[in-house]
Design a protein around this ligand. Structure first.
Ligand code: GSH
Length: 231
């Protein structure tokens, strides 16, 4: 029997089955990357609902697993060398799960680095820029008179979308085969609807991204994982 009581997070979010991967998340674009990957990989897991409130993400128990107070985070009871491992940062978790299973990273070493390249593009570009745009467009827009932050992030989000749109020309998935890069990207593309930002970033002019997102969410694992853990 694996023992996870050494992870203080389990005091606030008790573990029912310590033999399976523990996911601590909320169904945001970053959170559902991991639930969708787990569904795609068919790995058994237990999902714990960690809201974005300070009471959850800034609790000492959560900070013990992710000192950066953000979902998602995981504990894999059966990590490298059979030892439990805790991980945060969704990109690192995706790479970890793909390498653990030998899936979702293409067929060759070159494919693998192409996939990781697009994961990094999402982690360093799409996620932070779309997130900031969402803040200025949807949440804080009316309270901030200076138009420059809003314009800056809309311009950058539009630029990133067009990079992706060009790269998807003639491709079903961004790195050839379906990989963790698609799992990293599609939830963020889908968030543009929630932000009400599609008209601002020229969504209607994109040739490939809209059908790419539809194709992604047609997958049973994406449909299942996008609601885990429930709100
Ligand atoms: N780079 C991080 C970003 C994670 C992130 O921004 N999580 C948000 C929800 S999508 C969060 O937990 N926010 C709570 C907070 O900042 O207090 C990752 O990809 O894991």
């Amino acid at each position: 029997m694996v023992e996870l009581s050494g992870f203080p997070i389990t005091r606030k979010w008790p573990v029912a089955n310590p033999e399976v991967i523990q996911l601590f998340a909320y169904p945001t674009p970053n959170g559902i990357k991991v639930s969708i990957a787990l569904e795609e990989l068919g790995l058994p897991y237990e999902a714990h609902r960690v809201t974005l409130s300070d009471a959850d993400v800034k609790s000492p128990e959560f900070l013990s697993l992710n000192p950066n107070n953000k979902i998602p985070a995981i504990i894999d009871p059966n990590g490298p060398d059979g030892q439990p491992i805790g991980l945060f940062e969704s990109g690192a978790i995706l790479i970890y799960l793909a390498e653990k299973t030998g899936k979702l990273l293409g067929r060759s070493t070159a494919d693998k680095y192409k996939a990781i390249q697009w994961v990094m593009f999402q982690m360093g570009g799409v996620g932070p820029m779309f997130g900031q745009m969402g803040y200025f467009v949807k949440f804080a827009g009316a309270q901030i008179e200076d138009p420059r932050p809003r314009e800056r992030y809309i311009t950058e989000a539009t630029r990133l979308l067009n990079v992706l749109d060009c790269a998807l020309e003639g491709q079903k998935w961004i790195a050839g085969d379906y990989t963790i890069a698609d799992i990293a990207l599609a939830p963020w593309l889908d968030a543009l609807e929630f932000y009400g930002a599609k008209p601002l970033v020229g969504w209607a002019n994109l040739r490939n991204v809209p059908s790419y997102v539809e194709r992604f969410f047609d997958r049973p694992a994406a449909q299942q994982g996008r609601n885990i853990p429930p709100r």
